[in-house]
Design a protein around this ligand. Structure first.
Ligand code: FE2
Length: 207
Protein backbone atom coordinates (compact mmCIF):
# COMPACT_ATOMS: atom_id res chain seq x y z
CA UNK A 1 0.00 0.00 0.00
CA UNK A 2 1.43 3.38 -1.05
CA UNK A 3 1.50 6.25 1.48
CA UNK A 4 -1.13 8.06 -0.61
CA UNK A 5 -3.48 5.09 -0.48
CA UNK A 6 -2.87 4.70 3.24
CA UNK A 7 -3.87 8.37 3.84
CA UNK A 8 -7.04 8.08 1.77
CA UNK A 9 -8.02 4.85 3.56
CA UNK A 10 -7.54 6.41 7.00
CA UNK A 11 -9.56 9.48 5.92
CA UNK A 12 -12.50 7.37 4.82
CA UNK A 13 -12.34 5.47 8.13
CA UNK A 14 -12.45 8.82 9.97
CA UNK A 15 -15.43 9.86 7.89
CA UNK A 16 -17.11 6.54 8.64
CA UNK A 17 -16.35 6.99 12.33
CA UNK A 18 -17.71 10.57 12.31
CA UNK A 19 -20.87 9.39 10.57
CA UNK A 20 -21.54 6.67 13.12
CA UNK A 21 -20.94 9.17 15.96
CA UNK A 22 -23.92 11.21 14.81
CA UNK A 23 -26.24 8.69 16.48
CA UNK A 24 -24.52 9.08 19.86
CA UNK A 25 -26.58 11.09 22.36
CA UNK A 26 -24.78 14.12 23.77
CA UNK A 27 -25.40 13.74 27.49
CA UNK A 28 -25.07 15.90 30.63
CA UNK A 29 -25.21 19.20 28.75
CA UNK A 30 -25.37 22.40 30.77
CA UNK A 31 -25.49 26.07 29.84
CA UNK A 32 -26.72 29.39 31.16
CA UNK A 33 -30.48 30.04 30.99
CA UNK A 34 -31.61 31.70 27.77
CA UNK A 35 -34.06 33.89 29.73
CA UNK A 36 -33.96 34.50 33.49
CA UNK A 37 -37.24 34.35 35.43
CA UNK A 38 -38.75 37.80 35.87
CA UNK A 39 -37.25 39.21 32.66
CA UNK A 40 -39.52 39.81 29.68
CA UNK A 41 -38.49 39.02 26.13
CA UNK A 42 -39.76 41.42 23.41
CA UNK A 43 -42.84 40.21 21.52
CA UNK A 44 -44.33 41.91 18.43
CA UNK A 45 -47.91 42.03 19.72
CA UNK A 46 -48.37 45.81 20.06
CA UNK A 47 -48.42 45.83 23.87
CA UNK A 48 -46.01 47.93 25.95
CA UNK A 49 -43.51 46.08 28.15
CA UNK A 50 -45.03 47.45 31.37
CA UNK A 51 -48.50 46.20 30.32
CA UNK A 52 -47.14 42.75 29.47
CA UNK A 53 -45.13 42.66 32.72
CA UNK A 54 -48.22 43.34 34.83
CA UNK A 55 -50.24 40.70 32.98
CA UNK A 56 -47.43 38.14 33.30
CA UNK A 57 -47.18 38.71 37.07
CA UNK A 58 -50.94 38.41 37.55
CA UNK A 59 -51.24 35.37 35.29
CA UNK A 60 -48.46 33.56 37.17
CA UNK A 61 -50.42 34.05 40.41
CA UNK A 62 -53.59 32.69 38.77
CA UNK A 63 -51.50 29.85 37.29
CA UNK A 64 -50.12 28.81 40.69
CA UNK A 65 -53.59 28.89 42.25
CA UNK A 66 -55.16 27.02 39.32
CA UNK A 67 -52.48 24.30 39.46
CA UNK A 68 -53.10 23.96 43.19
CA UNK A 69 -56.87 23.68 42.74
CA UNK A 70 -56.36 21.20 39.89
CA UNK A 71 -54.18 19.02 42.12
CA UNK A 72 -56.64 19.33 45.02
CA UNK A 73 -59.36 17.95 42.72
CA UNK A 74 -57.18 14.89 41.99
CA UNK A 75 -56.41 14.41 45.69
CA UNK A 76 -60.13 14.49 46.45
CA UNK A 77 -60.91 12.25 43.46
CA UNK A 78 -58.66 9.59 44.99
CA UNK A 79 -59.49 10.08 48.66
CA UNK A 80 -63.26 10.76 48.68
CA UNK A 81 -65.34 8.45 50.92
CA UNK A 82 -69.00 7.78 51.71
CA UNK A 83 -72.33 7.11 50.00
CA UNK A 84 -71.71 9.82 47.36
CA UNK A 85 -68.33 8.27 46.51
CA UNK A 86 -69.10 7.37 42.91
CA UNK A 87 -70.57 10.66 41.72
CA UNK A 88 -68.02 12.80 43.57
CA UNK A 89 -65.18 10.56 42.34
CA UNK A 90 -66.30 11.22 38.74
CA UNK A 91 -67.15 14.90 39.23
CA UNK A 92 -63.81 15.69 40.88
CA UNK A 93 -61.95 14.07 37.99
CA UNK A 94 -63.99 16.01 35.41
CA UNK A 95 -63.19 19.28 37.17
CA UNK A 96 -59.52 18.25 37.41
CA UNK A 97 -59.41 17.88 33.63
CA UNK A 98 -61.08 21.25 33.04
CA UNK A 99 -58.68 22.98 35.45
CA UNK A 100 -55.78 21.31 33.64
CA UNK A 101 -56.95 22.87 30.37
CA UNK A 102 -57.01 26.27 32.10
CA UNK A 103 -53.46 25.69 33.36
CA UNK A 104 -52.22 25.18 29.80
CA UNK A 105 -54.07 28.23 28.45
CA UNK A 106 -52.76 30.48 31.25
CA UNK A 107 -49.16 29.20 30.98
CA UNK A 108 -49.08 29.60 27.21
CA UNK A 109 -50.47 33.14 27.44
CA UNK A 110 -47.64 34.03 29.86
CA UNK A 111 -45.12 32.75 27.28
CA UNK A 112 -46.72 34.61 24.36
CA UNK A 113 -46.58 37.82 26.41
CA UNK A 114 -42.79 37.31 26.61
CA UNK A 115 -42.78 36.08 30.21
CA UNK A 116 -41.91 32.75 31.82
CA UNK A 117 -44.67 30.58 33.25
CA UNK A 118 -44.14 28.91 36.62
CA UNK A 119 -44.11 25.14 36.21
CA UNK A 120 -42.58 23.09 38.98
CA UNK A 121 -44.31 21.97 42.18
CA UNK A 122 -41.89 23.72 44.57
CA UNK A 123 -42.42 27.07 42.82
CA UNK A 124 -46.19 26.56 42.80
CA UNK A 125 -46.18 25.75 46.53
CA UNK A 126 -44.23 28.94 47.27
CA UNK A 127 -46.58 31.10 45.18
CA UNK A 128 -50.14 29.86 45.67
CA UNK A 129 -52.52 31.68 48.03
CA UNK A 130 -54.63 28.53 48.57
CA UNK A 131 -54.01 27.03 52.05
CA UNK A 132 -52.22 23.67 52.05
CA UNK A 133 -54.56 20.75 52.78
CA UNK A 134 -53.38 17.92 55.07
CA UNK A 135 -51.89 14.78 53.56
CA UNK A 136 -54.54 12.61 55.23
CA UNK A 137 -58.11 11.92 54.10
CA UNK A 138 -60.98 14.22 55.04
CA UNK A 139 -64.78 13.84 55.01
CA UNK A 140 -66.52 14.81 51.74
CA UNK A 141 -68.12 17.99 53.20
CA UNK A 142 -64.67 19.17 54.32
CA UNK A 143 -63.20 18.38 50.89
CA UNK A 144 -66.03 20.35 49.29
CA UNK A 145 -65.51 23.32 51.61
CA UNK A 146 -61.82 23.45 50.67
CA UNK A 147 -62.70 23.35 46.96
CA UNK A 148 -65.33 26.10 47.28
CA UNK A 149 -62.94 28.36 49.21
CA UNK A 150 -60.26 27.82 46.54
CA UNK A 151 -62.76 28.58 43.75
CA UNK A 152 -63.82 31.80 45.48
CA UNK A 153 -60.21 32.93 45.98
CA UNK A 154 -59.48 32.39 42.27
CA UNK A 155 -62.73 34.09 41.19
CA UNK A 156 -61.99 37.16 43.31
CA UNK A 157 -58.43 37.62 42.01
CA UNK A 158 -59.37 36.74 38.41
CA UNK A 159 -62.10 39.41 38.26
CA UNK A 160 -59.75 42.07 39.70
CA UNK A 161 -56.96 41.10 37.29
CA UNK A 162 -59.39 41.01 34.34
CA UNK A 163 -60.48 44.60 35.05
CA UNK A 164 -56.83 45.74 35.29
CA UNK A 165 -55.95 43.99 32.01
CA UNK A 166 -58.88 45.66 30.22
CA UNK A 167 -57.91 49.09 31.59
CA UNK A 168 -54.32 48.55 30.38
CA UNK A 169 -55.47 47.49 26.89
CA UNK A 170 -54.52 43.80 27.23
CA UNK A 171 -57.82 42.49 25.86
CA UNK A 172 -56.47 38.96 25.30
CA UNK A 173 -55.63 38.53 29.00
CA UNK A 174 -58.98 40.04 29.96
CA UNK A 175 -60.76 37.58 27.65
CA UNK A 176 -58.85 34.57 29.00
CA UNK A 177 -59.59 35.56 32.59
CA UNK A 178 -63.29 36.28 32.01
CA UNK A 179 -64.27 33.73 29.34
CA UNK A 180 -62.21 30.82 30.63
CA UNK A 181 -61.05 31.27 34.24
CA UNK A 182 -64.10 33.04 35.69
CA UNK A 183 -66.72 31.09 33.72
CA UNK A 184 -65.16 27.68 34.47
CA UNK A 185 -64.70 28.40 38.17
CA UNK A 186 -68.24 29.77 38.59
CA UNK A 187 -69.74 26.70 36.93
CA UNK A 188 -67.61 24.24 38.91
CA UNK A 189 -68.41 26.04 42.18
CA UNK A 190 -72.13 25.56 41.48
CA UNK A 191 -71.77 21.84 40.75
CA UNK A 192 -69.75 21.31 43.92
CA UNK A 193 -71.82 23.57 46.21
CA UNK A 194 -75.07 21.72 45.45
CA UNK A 195 -73.58 18.67 47.19
CA UNK A 196 -73.55 20.40 50.57
CA UNK A 197 -77.21 21.51 50.48
CA UNK A 198 -78.83 19.64 53.36
CA UNK A 199 -82.01 18.23 51.78
CA UNK A 200 -83.64 14.88 52.67
CA UNK A 201 -82.73 11.90 50.51
CA UNK A 202 -85.92 9.85 50.97
CA UNK A 203 -88.61 11.58 53.12
CA UNK A 204 -89.51 15.25 52.56
CA UNK A 205 -88.99 17.48 55.60
CA UNK A 206 -92.73 18.12 56.04
CA UNK A 207 -93.96 14.55 55.33
FE1 FE2 B 1 -58.82 8.21 38.42
Amino acid sequence: MSPKNHRSNSKSEEQLQAGSDRARPILHQKAREIQPYGKLTPMPIALDENVRAESVGNLNQILADTMTLRDMYKKHHWQVAGHTFYQLHLLFDKHHGEQDELVDSIAERIQLLGGISLAMAADIAETTMIPRPPRGREEAPVQISRLLEAHELILKEARTMARKAAEAGDDGTNDLLVSDVVRTNELQAWFVAEHVVDVPLVRAAGA
